[in-house]
Design a protein around this ligand. Structure first.
Ligand SMILES: [Zn+2]
Length: 175
């Protein structure tokens, strides 16, 4: 049986931490004790290293979520719509502010993404849509992740609220 280099006791292999394929020279009890000693003597360094590992962990979780979302776009969308609805119900005041901010952002984007000479046509599209109880949607979103669409008639479609909710916010770019 391996012998701990610190306490010199003979212990079973399971009493030692492993470092990849190699067994750590000191036993778990000794290792834990020296880790604790180091923590007690270096509270600031310990806090910093804890913070670093939390950040690293959060990155890994975010990456795992990102991969899951990429694999399950439909489900991810459903869940995010659901979460958003729930948040809106729980935070009606914040939700009102958020939607006001979003509307302002959208208007700014629309202004930025407009080509001259289509105002009358665009106004007609909006008027028709509102007459039909539909929303004007940009086929390629104005603030797409990879591509940004234009606020022009040929990038517009009329959707019902339900269609609009179902529509992905990401626009797939052909590889
Ligand atoms: Zn030991």
């Amino acid at each position: 049986m391996p012998v701990c280099t610190k306490c010199n006791s003979e212990k079973s292999a399971t009493e030692f931490h492993r470092n990849g394929d190699r067994r750590r020279p000191a036993c778990k009890t000794c290792n834990n004790a020296s880790t604790k000693k180091w923590r007690d003597e270096n509270p600031e360094a310990y806090k910093a290293s804890k913070k670093r590992s939390e950040v690293k962990h959060a990155d890994r979780v975010a990456e795992r979520h990102r991969r899951w979302r990429a694999k399950n776009p439909e489900r991810a969308r459903e869940l995010s719509v659901k979460a958003m609805d729930k948040w809106r119900t729980l935070n009606p005041d914040k939700a009102r502010v958020a939607s006001r901010v979003q509307r302002a952002k959208r208007r700014a984007q629309e202004t930025q993404r407009t080509l001259p000479g289509h105002d009358a046509f665009i106004a007609a599209i909006y008027k028709t849509a509102s007459g039909l109880g539909l929303t004007v949607d940009h086929v390629v979103p104005l603030n797409g992740e990879n591509v940004s669409g234009l606020h022009v008639p040929w990038n517009m479609q009329m959707l019902s609220d339900n269609q609009n909710k179902r529509k992905s916010n990401t626009f797939a770019v052909a590889a």
